[in-house]
Write a protein that binds this ligand. Structure first.
Ligand SMILES: [Fe+2]
Ligand SMILES: [Fe+2]
Length: 199
């Protein structure tokens, strides 16, 4: 599916009307960081910008609205995600794009869908959106500079460090961890080990 300037402008109008100022600014920042990483890693810049823009499109719907969308979504949804309010919006967002905008670009839909939990064999675009969400301009957590550096080192290093942190953090809080997250972590761990052995 071709992402035209008109479509991007239309989405920006929708996000501006529907999201809080803070979430709108975050969406624009994730779009900008997605474009920056796309340029760095040879991915399509307009498509990355668009995927970053829409990644949180469902985040401010009510929990029930998010659940209804997520429950009918056919993009490999796990029970752990359906039981976790913070994880619902990624799945709901992909489904909302399908239902309301008749959006059918599978690569972008999957990038939105995986931006919270990640998965093995993600596309480069999905990796970019996942990392852009973590290190966008508006992010202010303690180690953001470190993760921004990893994201600009390589997609593998960025994803590996991000997942290592995310899994340890979830486990320390006693939260369940989706299988796709663990599988993604294992896949990156193997790649990082292999690249270390080469050097
Ligand atoms: Fe999100
Ligand atoms: Fe986000």
């Amino acid at each position: 599916m071709v992402i035209t300037n008109e479509l991007t402008e239309e989405i920006i109008k929708i996000l501006k009307a529907d999201l809080s100022k803070k979430r709108y600014v975050h969406s624009k920042n994730v779009a900008a960081m997605s474009a920056e990483l796309a340029k760095l890693y040879g991915e399509d810049i307009e498509r990355a910008y668009f995927a970053g823009l829409v990644h949180d499109i469902a985040k401010e719907l009510s929990r029930d609205e998010q659940f209804v969308l997520a429950a009918k979504c056919e993009l490999d949804v796990s029970p752990i995600e359906l039981n976790s309010t913070p994880l619902l919006h990624a799945i709901a967002g992909a489904q909302l794009l399908i239902d309301d905008l008749h959006f059918n670009d599978e690569e972008i839909l999957w990038a939105v869908r995986w931006h919270t939990v990640a998965a093995p064999n993600m596309s480069k675009l999905a990796e970019i959106v996942y990392l852009a969400d973590l290190v966008s301009e508006d992010r202010e957590y303690k180690d953001v500079k470190k993760y921004r550096k990893y994201a600009h080192t390589s997609l593998e290093k960025g994803m590996f460090e991000a997942l290592k942190y995310s899994i340890a953090d979830s486990a320390s809080k006693g939260n369940s961890i989706p299988i796709s997250t663990l599988e993604a972590y294992n896949q990156y761990a193997v790649k990082i080990k292999a690249s270390k052995n080469e050097n």
